[in-house]
Design a protein around this ligand. Structure first.
Ligand code: TYM
Length: 322
């Protein structure tokens, strides 16, 4: 099964990224699966060049530490495969301004700053290109990327109708639980790399003490009945989904085992700490040798380019480029 997905190196990975996306990547990786660090996407917001380099290396280490195996799947850097930027232009001439300006993430991010970059608007086109270049059938992502995936499908279908069948129309794949992990302090807002209260996100490489503190302080409600109910108990339901994703048990079953919030929180903190410990160990080992991480990315990018090149040329020819 051809799979592609990616993550921005815009900050350290949090458990929303892990449970919503990377855990699925690891479970479904195969010789036809491609996972990229989408460094070009990270340029849509202000980021210091040194920081971008550092976070890109960090994210490569995080991918491998979580269990992606470069002998099984292809791990690569978006900017090292020039077809991404090239196809982006072709697809910008297929997508419309109206479609892009209606994207929820664009509207939210544009609101937060003056003089936002054009790239912030056209970002979903670059993302569509990432997917279409690899003829991906499935794209494992968290719930917040659903709208972008829908646009990628629209762009692929429009291109195929206008210029002849060129692209595979991709499908988004989401995990059954934890597809949208919420901020621990504001459980009606998703956990996010860019906007976050200090106690709102659990990062993959937080210390056990920090994890414990954040889970203990997570906002719940006051009626003290442990029940899985997103409408009335978003804070608690968020904790139950995290528990469920780490343990494999259904959220309702987890809820049935507890009568006190404090007990659930204590066990959840332990579960998270224990689940992340081997990932954290491996991450530290990998980061000790950044040269090897860059070599993995380079090898992956060469493999990725072999797949993306023919698709790009097919699209360019279909549009009439010589
Ligand atoms: P990014 O970098 O914001 O997030 C990476 C992945 O993590 C998921 N995610 C979450 N899942 C559950 N709960 C959350 N709170 C949460 N926050 C983030 C995201 O859904 C995503 O799967 N535009 C994409 C990156 C991208 C991409 C692509 C993805 C670029 N090109 C091609 C797939 C295919 C993004 O900004 O994800």
């Amino acid at each position: 099964m051809r799979i592609l997905s990616g993550m921005q190196p815009s900050g350290p990975m949090h458990i929303g990224n892990y449970l919503g996306a990377v855990k699925q990547w690891v479970a479904t990786q195969n010789h036809d699966a491609f996972y990229c660090v989408v460094d070009l996407h990270a340029l849509t917001l202000q980021i210091d060049p040194e920081k971008l380099r550092e976070q890109t290396t960090d994210l490569l280490a995080s991918y491998l530490a979580c269990g992606l195996d470069p002998d099984v799947c292809t791990v690569f850097l978006q900017s090292q495969v020039p077809y991404h930027a090239q196809l982006n232009w072709l697809l910008e001439c297929v997508a419309t301004y109206g479609e892009l300006s209606r994207m929820t993430q664009f509207k939210e991010k544009a609101q937060r700053q003056e003089g936002y970059r054009v790239g912030l608007l056209t970002y979903p086109v670059l993302m569509a290109g990432d997917i279409l270049l690899y003829e991906a059938a499935e794209v494992p992502v968290g719930d917040d990327q659903r709208q972008h995936l829908e646009l990628a499908r629209v762009i692929a279908e429009r291109f195929n109708n206008r210029y002849g069948k060129t692209f595979t129309v991709p499908v988004a794949v989401q995990p059954k639980v934890a597809a949208r992990v919420m901020d621990l302090q504001e459980p009606t807002r998703k956990m996010s790399k860019s906007v976050s209260s200090p106690l709102g996100s659990i990062y993959l490489f937080d210390t056990p003490a920090d994890i414990e503190r954040k889970v203990r302080k997570a906002v719940t409600d006051t009626d003290n009945e442990v029940r899985f109910d997103w409408e009335h108990k978003p804070g608690l339901s968020n904790l139950l989904e995290m528990y469920s994703s780490f343990s494999g048990d259904k959220p309702d079953d987890v809820a049935g085992r507890y009568s006190r919030y404090g007990d659930l929180k204590g066990d959840l903190a332990t579960l998270i700490v224990e689940s992340l410990a081997p990932i954290q160990r491996r991450y530290r080992e990998l980061l000790a040798d950044p040269g090897e991480l860059h070599a993995v990315a380079m090898r992956g990018s060469l493999k990725a380019a072999e797949v993306a090149g023919p698709v790009y040329h097919r699209a360019a020819r279909a549009m009439g480029l010589l």
